[in-house]
Design a protein around this ligand. Structure first.
Ligand code: CTP
Length: 398
């Protein structure tokens, strides 16, 4: 990996994970990048300016109103001299300040003044991460184009477990490399992706669902974002962490998924990886009770709206509409017919018969059905399928 001649402005905010910023600086320097560090007051409680200075081999900035700093390099210039601004670790507090547009110290002033792409690696206690305020701030920042890496799931310094651990320095480095070095053919394009199952309520505690894990859709959303697309991921209930740089819209039912997809239009690409429940039933307001004296309940089913077919006929229609076909038999015949019936450009077909381990698994074996015919891809990880699909989609736009 070479980041030679790239300049990173690294903002280190407060938190126990701040010590990992030292390793990140070391890796960045090793990859050839120039690194200028800015330490917030809280960050300076955890790492010293001297350690950052020694590793970055550059002056470390800490205070906004130092006249010496201003005369050497004004804060606006500092924020603009970089190719990328990285905030690692980013505390809940600095995220809130960024979302609110505050400029209360050198770090937040730089973030407000910069015209460069900003990458944020959050680290905080799991409850702070899950708090609605933090999630709202993140949604705001993502909407403004701020890129995210992590946080990861794991044990925390505060003896709790969950999301909130800073992404590993090597992961942060890989994202920096992706943002600065690799080409971004989908920059400026909007991609809509659906993923996961839908839950169709029967009563307040029961629902109709399916075995979809959402993994393939999440991987596609991440792969499209990596290629520079602005991605809206409309997801049914899954237990996956949202991919970096993706706007996540959580829904439960097929009807909610349709509303969210329509609200996300216009899109250049739309990928329908969700396993939408075909049917719903009239949900009871109260929990259904069983009793030997009461007849067994029967569920009257109603057909759900076809989200893929609706968006494939929307005006304006996404330039590329991709559907999935999960079949247990006559895969290619069903997939080809489905492509025509639903009005989509491509169908990604996979065999989900028992024993294939595909449904809910981490590998996939797909056939790409297009107007030109059928391509059969070898079995590979869901991430690899996603990257290949995203690359193929990007080719449409060159
Ligand atoms: N799909 C959708 N909305 C639905 C049902 C399906 O958007 N209500 C999308 C899926 O996300 C997938 C594709 O349509 O991309 C194929 O889904 P599938 O359920 O296999 O299609 P059906 O037409 O319902 O086919 P089948 O006859 O096999 O049930």
């Amino acid at each position: 990996m070479s980041l030679a001649s790239k300049r990173i402005l690294l903002i280190v905010s407060g938190g126990i994970a701040a010590y990992k910023a030292l390793e990140l600086v070391r890796l960045l320097r090793k990859a050839g990048a120039g690194v200028t560090c800015v330490l917030t007051r809280a960050g300076a409680e955890f790492v010293t300016p001297l350690s950052l200075q020694a590793l970055s081999e550059s002056r470390v900035y800490t205070e906004l109103f130092s006249l010496t700093d201003e005369s050497e390099m004004g804060h606006i210039q500092l924020s603009r001299a970089a190719d990328l601004v990285v905030v690692a670790p980013a505390s809940a507090n600095i995220l809130a300040q960024m979302a609110g547009g505050m400029a209360s110290d050198l770090a937040t002033t730089l973030l407000l003044a910069t015209d460069k792409h900003v990458l944020v690696a959050p680290a905080m206690n799991v409850r702070m991460w899950e708090h609605a305020a933090t999630q709202a701030n993140i949604a705001t920042l993502k909407h403004r184009g701020v890129a995210f890496v992590g946080p990861n799931e794991g044990a925390m310094a505060c003896n709790e477990y969950g999301f909130g651990r800073l992404a590993e320095p090597a992961e942060i480095l890989a994202i920096i490399d992706a943002l600065l070095v690799r080409p971004k053919p989908l920059t400026g394009k909007h991609a809509l992706v659906t993923a996961g199952p839908t839950h169709e309520p029967i009563d307040p505690v029961r629902y109709i669902a399916n075995r979809s894990s959402g993994r393939q859709g999440y991987a596609i959303a991440a792969a499209l974002a990596e290629l520079g697309a602005r991605v809206t991921l409309v997801s049914g209930p899954v237990s996956l962490a949202p991919p970096a740089d993706v706007t996540l819209v959580r829904v439960e039912t097929a009807r909610e998924m349709l509303v969210a997809c329509e609200a996300a239009l216009p899109a250049d690409v739309a990928v329908f990886a969700a396993a939408v429940a075909d049917w719903r039933t009239e949900a009871a307001n109260l929990k259904l009770k069983k009793s030997p004296d009461v007849a067994l309940p029967s569920l009257a089913l109603t057909l759900n709206p076809d989200i893929l077919a609706t968006i494939a006929h929307a005006n304006p229609r996404p330039r590329l509409v991709v559907g999935f076909a999960a079949e247990t038999h006559d895969l290619l015949a069903h997939a080809t017919a489905k492509r025509a019936r639903k009005g989509c450009d491509w169908i990604v077909a996979n065999d989900v018969a028992e024993g294939t381990g595909i449904m809910g698994g981490v590998e996939n074996e797909v056939h790409l059905v297009t107007a030109e015919g059928v391509e059969t891809w070898p079995r590979m990880s869901t991430d690899e399928v996603a990257r290949r699909l995203a690359t193929r989609m990007a080719e449409i736009f060159v």
